[in-house]
Design a protein around this ligand. Structure first.
Ligand SMILES: O=C(O)CCC(=O)C(=O)O
Length: 331
């Protein structure tokens, strides 16, 4: 196959993403993610090809996606063995998907609250124009300038969000993973992510730990899908095993995004997979796992509730943003 290069701009720098299986659906996916060109989505037959590619991704992800029988459906407690397997998968691969952890009814309620708060533009909010990632409006004054990226401080903004964040199933999971009392950080994530079809941006490859300051880079985020998450509507991509790789600082750009223009980095990016999620599926991922997300090319806003946890002995460094809000002990 002939390599297929995509030229795109990120943070003022021009980058080339080389996609080896060109000019297949995978190449088109990367292209759409890179430039956010809705009109480049392709004709229906090309979309079908891309859907086949997504199915391939689902197969790639099978190692880190446990079978429903290993997890609970409808929010009932998971078995200890099952949680152990999930924690082990997270340790080995840097992320693990637990299907059907939250019931459809609970997801519907969480989403309804989020929709109301989005409609009311309830503060505190982060706007796409604040970050200006590729595809975002240039400023708050530009068309779409008030597109919300995150409903911030989810823990404080509604009891339903707080109940999930501090639920016994999450507390138990985190205690098993960290081997000590788990703590919820209110300074990081702690939000309802909203990805809009128009003006919603893509997020380049990064490690969440880039701006986080703790004694150890050992935190886990919990991403709860409140609806379907696919490549098409801006679902997450993960690079398995990247969480334990000691990448030097030169592998990242000034904004601490993983540089796609370096062949050595591209080899890692080529391993990325994008788990397809349904409402109620949860992804647990390590703060050092490289991940990214595309734009939302569907017609609906995507909602995901995201919280971050660490062990009690891994304290935020005094004076940093990580220490800026009181934390929540879970046990
Ligand atoms: O949904 C996205 O665009 C990615 C979100 C993400 O990776 C982050 O906020 O760290």
């Amino acid at each position: 196959m002939t390599p297929f290069g995509i030229l795109w701009r990120h943070g003022g720098a021009f980058c080339i993403t080389v996609v080896r299986e060109a000019p297949s659906a995978r190449a088109r996916t990367f292209y759409n993610r890179a430039v956010g060109a809705r009109e480049k989505l392709g004709k229906p037959d090309q979309r079908n090809k891309r859907n086949k590619q997504q199915n391939k991704c689902r197969r790639c992800c099978s190692l880190s996606r446990l079978q429903p029988s290993q997890a609970s459906n409808n929010g009932s407690p998971m078995s200890v063995q099952s949680k152990k397997e999930q924690a082990q998968a997270l340790r080995e691969r840097g992320f693990v998907v637990v299907p059907g952890l939250v019931s459809p009814e609970r997801c519907d309620e969480l989403k309804r609250v989020a929709q109301e708060q989005l409609h009311a533009a309830a503060a505190p909010l982060e706007f796409e124009a604040d970050l200006r990632y590729p595809g975002a409006p240039e400023s708050k004054q530009a068309p779409g300038g008030h597109t919300v990226r995150r409903l911030l401080d989810a823990h404080s903004r509604h009891a339903r969000f707080r109940e999930w964040a501090t639920s016994p199933e999450i507390a138990g999971w985190m205690e098993l993973y960290f081997g000590e009392e788990p703590v919820l950080s209110r300074a990081h994530h702690n939000c309802m992510m909203t990805k809009h079809p128009m003006y919603g941006s893509l997020t380049g490859w990064h490690r969440d730990s880039r701006y986080w300051s703790f004694e150890r880079d050992d935190l886990v985020s919990v991403w709860l899908a409140l609806g379907a998450e696919t490549v098409e509507n801006g679902g997450l991509w993960f690079v398995p095993g990247s969480h334990t790789e000691p990448f030097t600082s030169e592998r990242f750009d000034a904004a601490k995004f993983f540089r796609a223009d370096l062949p050595g980095n591209q080899a890692w990016i080529d391993r990325a997979t994008s788990p397809t999620l349904k409402a109620g599926d949860v992804v647990f991922f390590h703060c050092n796992t490289l991940h990214s997300a595309g734009q939302n090319l569907s017609g609906d806003v995507k909602f995901s509730l995201v919280f971050t946890y660490h062990g009690a002995s891994n304290v935020p460094l005094p004076g940093t943003r990580s220490a800026s809000l009181p934390e929540v002990k879970l046990v």
